[in-house]
Design a protein around this ligand. Structure first.
Ligand code: HEM
Length: 458
């Protein structure tokens, strides 16, 4: 893929849908010389009014960074689908939910154009576009990341149902965008749910994620108000295999592979969706606490039975290798199925979705700040092995550690919702987890170098 050579039209044209995931991997990355052309291209409409002193100030600051970004550190944001879904999972992520304060479709478009210009630049390690937010000569919000590689930064944007109520927005709501039903075991904190916009920011460097978050946040004043953020990380096993979650389990084994037909069939918008949504998908986001203290006090064979796979190597209890197919019918000497009726993988077997989740560890901070629901465990009821020193503390559930569970799929009702209803009814894992945050959005289709995020929508 080459850099944009001609300015984009003011109005959204036909986006470049030709780019493939192949293109994303190999982008040549010239540095500062691109600033002007990228601004003229993706964000032309948004930044036209901000040119002049601010543009020069931005260029001056950036000129101090001579290091070119390696092509392998850059994931192109352009293509038929947004980056950050089929992209091999990066090590760190922040999820930002915001409520839009724009009052019509034209203003929404300006916001999306501006975000696109920012995304186009920062994902290749450039300074964000100038903004009237920053006085002339001021540092930019990404200055603290100067000299860092973009570290495969991707930014993925979704919109919630309320956005479609904006006056002037003529496009149909994606057919499957609706609030999730309540689940009986939900323990949702409204401070960690909802949002008109959800932005997933991922990179292999936590500081780059943070810089990107600040750069994007700087575009929001007067357009949108941040509602919540969540930040997570992914383990990197020595063998390069499936990451482990905070229970030490290999998590993601049975995900569809990005290059497979199953992935496309599971993730990308179905043909009966509105035409503008082609190439989009849905994201169901759940903040799930994992009661690590209870888990750590549970015998290994019980842990294995809870999931139906061995924690050590991720193999199903009926097989030997991680990728062996679980045999749900196999019985043991006692006549009972080897994979128990309430084993997690039995309960959700056959529900397709892309789980692109991140672990989180907020320590005791959010619990102590009232940010966690009351712990379910009562200190007087908890059990330790015989011989444990007599002790008391605030309860095992104070530690806020868990999973930022992300399910991408083209049919949330028949994928996430149906699976969660099964889990809600009966799942050995329920004893160890608690859903505390929730959101669902339609992830916008991809966009081309001459277009912008949501250019088929508005
Ligand atoms: C903290 C909460 C959760 C933990 C720790 C967890 C853990 C796991 C583990 C270890 C596996 C087996 C390895 C793999 O295939 O990835 C698995 C599989 C799976 N999980 Fe979860 N999970 C959690 C929540 C959920 C939720 C909320 C859903 C959906 C509603 C879900 C859906 C699935 C599915 C569809 C599979 C694949 C099952 C198969 O066909 O083999 N999980 N999970």
């Amino acid at each position: 893929m080459t850099r944009p050579s001609s300015p984009a039209p003011e109005e959204p044209g036909a986006p470049d849908r030709g780019a493939t995931s192949e293109d994303r991997r190999t982008v040549t990355v010239p540095r500062r010389a691109l600033l002007g052309s990228a601004l003229a291209s993706v964000g032309g409409a948004a930044v036209a009014g901000f040119a002049g002193g601010h543009l020069l100030a931005g260029a001056d600051v950036a000129a101090a960074d001579p290091a070119p970004a390696e092509a392998s550190d850059v994931v192109s944001p352009f293509g038929a689908h947004q980056a950050g879904i089929a992209t091999a999972q990066q090590r760190y992520a922040t999820f930002v939910a915001a409520d839009v304060t724009v009052t019509d479709a034209a203003a929404l478009r300006r916001l999306l154009v501006d975000l696109s210009a920012t995304v186009a630049l920062i994902t290749r390690g450039e300074e964000p576009p100038p903004s009237p937010m920053f006085p002339e000569g001021a540092a930019t919000p990404t200055d603290f990341a100067t000299g860092l590689s973009p570290a495969r930064l991707t930014i993925t944007v979704g919109v919630g149902a309320r956005v479609f109520d904006l006056p002037g927005l003529a496009r149909e709501v994606p057919r499957r965008l609706r609030p999730l039903p309540a689940f009986s075991r939900d323990h949702l904190d409204p401070r960690w749910g909802g949002g008109d916009l959800i932005v997933q920011i991922c990179a292999d460097d936590a500081q780059v994620v943070s810089a990107a978050m600040r750069a994007l946040r700087a575009r929001l004043p007067g357009q949108a108000v941040i509602r919540w953020t969540q930040s997570g990380f992914l383990s990197t096993p020595r063998d390069g295999g499936t990451p482990r979650n905070m229970f030490g389990q290999k998590d993601g084994t049975s995900n569809p592979r990005p290059d497979s037909g199953a992935f496309a069939d599971t993730v990308w918008a179905l043909p009966d969706e509105p035409a503008w949504f082609a190439g989009g998908t849905y994201l169901v986001f759940r903040k799930i606490r994992m009661k690590t203290a209870n888990w750590d006090l549970t015998a290994r064979d019980v842990q294995d039975a809870v999931i139906g796979r061995r924690r050590a190597d991720g193999s199903p209890l009926t097989g030997e290798q991680e990728h062996d197919q679980p045999d749900l019918e196999a019985t043991g000497a006692d006549g009972a199925t080897v994979i128990a009726p309430d084993a997690h993988i039995r309960r959700v077997h056959g529900f397709s979705m892309l789980r692109r989740s991140y672990s989180y560890d907020y320590g005791f901070l959010t619990a102590m700040a009232g940010g966690s629901p009351d712990p379910l465990e009562q200190p007087e009821h908890h059990v330790h092995a015989p011989g444990t020193e007599d002790h008391h503390h605030g309860g095992h559930g104070k530690l806020d550690v868990g999973l930022l569970f992300c399910a991408y799929g083209n049919d949330p009702d028949n994928q996430f919702v149906a699976a969660q209803q099964r889990l809600d009814e009966h799942d050995a894992l329920n004893e160890f987890i608690q859903h505390t945050g929730s959101a669902v959005v339609a992830i916008l289709p991809g966009f081309g170098e001459a277009g912008h995020l949501g250019d088929t929508l508005v």
